[in-house]
Design a protein around this ligand. Structure first.
Ligand code: FES
Length: 154
């Protein structure tokens, strides 16, 4: 929730009468206002393309949802990688993305549920389980797969 603080003297003198003045009053009080960035999103699952504006101080996924755009998610805590995207251009800040290895971050992956935009960005959603496979596939791909119960061994 955002609050706007109004200088009472200016308000009573009629110096604050439109929303732009209120915004300026808020900026005066806080010293700064959020920067907004444009994010272009290619949703590979639905074949759709979206362009949205997000503030720098709000999780990207949360901001997209508030604007009516639904993307895949599950844990919302940076752990499951369901919300992962590939950042094709731009900068993202994601200190809480514990579900992503440093290598995958280096490769340009980001978890939108715990990411902040730091510039205009172009991203695309991952293929289903793409990040999970990249991160853990090597551990499950080793060894022969045997069907049956362990006690069925000869
Ligand atoms: S929803 Fe689980 S990591 Fe983002």
């Amino acid at each position: 929730m955002a609050f706007v603080y109004i200088n009472a003297k200016k308000f009573l003198k009629g110096e604050i009468e439109n929303p732009e003045s209120l915004q300026n009053a808020s900026q005066e009080y806080h010293g700064t206002m959020s920067n907004y960035y444009t994010i272009r999103i290619k949703n590979r699952q639905t074949g759709t393309f979206h362009t949205v504006r997000v503030p720098e101080d709000e999780y990207i996924l949360h901001s997209l949802e508030a604007q009516g755009l639904e993307l895949p998610f599950s844990c919302r805590n940076g752990a499951c990688t369901t919300c992962a995207v590939r950042v094709l251009s731009g900068e993202v800040y994601q200190p809480e993305a514990m579900g992503l290895s440093p290598e995958l971050r280096q490769q340009g992956y980001a978890l939108l549920c715990v990411s902040y935009a730091r510039s205009d960005m172009l991203v695309e959603t991952q293929d289903e389980d793409e990040v999970y496979e990249l991160q853990f596939g090597r551990y499950f791909a080793k060894g022969r797969v045997r069907f049956g119960l362990p006690l069925d061994e000869d």
